[in-house]
Design a protein around this ligand. Structure first.
Ligand SMILES: C=CC1=C(C)c2cc3[nH]c(cc4nc(cc5[nH]c(cc1n2)c(C)c5CCC(=O)O)C(CCC(=O)O)=C4C)c(C)c3C=C
Ligand SMILES: [Fe+2]
Ligand SMILES: [Fe+2]
Length: 362
């Protein structure tokens, strides 16, 4: 008998995307601020208001990207994560052949480009893999919606499993705790003896109204911090969870990372910032945390300012992601679909991270 052909599994890696040159900043921001998941105003107002906000945000955003050579490093880092994930999943041979496709939400390659590339490969099934550990309607929810629309448009119809969230996954928490431990040791070695050190778990913020409307993101961020602290196993560690990157005038969830840095400086405590909702370096880690907040902290006379690197293609993180993909495929259950809602419910404490959408092959 001829050997059985491996089943082709397309992995669709979701991230936000970022401009690839200075001229892309404005259209990237327009895409972002005209997304109904981000700008929650009546549909007839959104195109105008979204463009206005994008126009006002262009100059500060361009300044941030200028520090990074005029572009976001997010795509390159995501492509590297994709290659590493494929290598990890395909290493043992097995019944499946995996191939990752990157689908960015607001800049290229976007969902339609990813869906066309995936279709050309003729997969037997697909797994949607958000590079967001915590589910938010503004990130994973929005990406899944864009993906489904792209599939309808180009006629890609394969059985699809959605990895909804992995906020408390043990492998992910352990990999994050390892990175945190290494940075803690480095910071302690550099600090003058006896100086206080506080860990600031810094997540991307969200407008408070979005959380009040039921978005589980903040709750899931808190679960991640708890899981990382369990894995770190350092009782008594001075820490706080805070939120960065506020970009609109509404009230955002807090406390803000800037306020926590200021509080630490007043209390003569050094800070170690641990990004807790980003798994790749980008402008909000490399510029906001490493340049802007550091400058403010130093002006306030902070005794030390350190940062934990994002996971990028860290071997432990990639192994955790590979495990999540395998378990999601194997689950065969509708775990996070909640009365047809797109969103992983806030109360879903036991979320094993997968929503299996069974569709009959055409
Ligand atoms: C109302 C605005 C925004 C919400 C809500 C929001 C949620 C959100 N974003 C991330 C992760 C990323 N955001 C990135 C860039 C970015 N985000 C916003 C606005 C909102 N984000 C803007 C305007 C920008 C552009 C940059 C800027 O103007 O400063 C990025 C990519 C940046 C890059 O360098 O490529 C990521 C990643 C999360 C996790 C999140 C909610 C949970
Ligand atoms: Fe953002
Ligand atoms: Fe979930």
């Amino acid at each position: 008998m001829p050997p059985k052909k491996p089943r082709r599994v397309a992995l669709i890696l979701f991230n936000l995307g970022g401009p690839d040159r200075a001229e892309s900043v404005r259209p990237f921001l327009v895409n972002l601020f005209t997304d109904p998941a981000i700008l929650r105003v009546p549909g007839f107002v959104r195109p105008w208001l979204g463009r206005l906000i994008a126009w006002r945000r262009t100059a500060p955003a361009q300044e941030n990207y200028a520090v990074l050579g005029g572009k976001s490093p997010l795509l390159e880092l995501t492509v590297e994560q994709a290659r590493s994930l494929d290598a990890a999943l395909n290493a043992g041979g097995g019944e499946a052949e995996y191939r990752s496709f990157v689908a960015m939400r607001y800049w290229h390659p976007m969902s339609e480009e990813a869906a066309r590339a995936a279709k050309d490969w003729a997969p037997d099934e697909a797994v949607l893999v958000p590079l967001y550990p915590q589910y938010s309607t503004t990130t994973t929810g929005s990406s899944v919606a864009a993906w489904e629309e792209a599939c309808r448009k180009i006629g890609l119809d394969v059985p699809t499993t959605t990895l909804c969230c992995f906020h408390s996954d043990e492998g992910y928490a352990a990999a994050t705790a390892r990175l945190l431990r290494a940075s803690l040791e480095e910071a302690r070695a550099k600090l003058p003896g006896g100086a206080k050190l506080r860990v600031l778990f810094s997540a991307h913020g969200l407008p408070e109204s979005i959380v009040k409307a039921g978005d589980p993101y903040q709750w899931q961020v808190e679960q991640t911090v708890a899981a990382v602290l369990r894995a770190l196993d350092e009782p008594g560690l001075d820490h706080v969870t805070c939120y960065q990157s506020r970009v609109t005038p509404q009230k955002w969830i807090g406390p803000s990372t800037e306020d926590e840095i200021e509080r630490a400086a007043h209390e003569k405590a050094a800070v170690l910032i641990c990004p807790i909702a980003f798994v790749s370096e980008h402008s909000e880690t490399l510029v906001e945390l490493d340049v802007e907040y550091r400058e403010e902290a130093e002006k306030l006379g902070i005794p030390g300012y350190f940062r934990v690197p994002a996971q990028n293609s860290d071997a432990g993180f990639i192994a955790a992601l590979a495990g999540l993909v395998e378990r999601a495929r194997g689950s065969g259950r509708a775990l996070c679909s909640f009365a047809g809602a797109r969103q992983c419910p806030r109360e879903h404490r036991d979320c094993p991270h997968a929503r299996a959408t069974e569709r009959k092959a055409a």
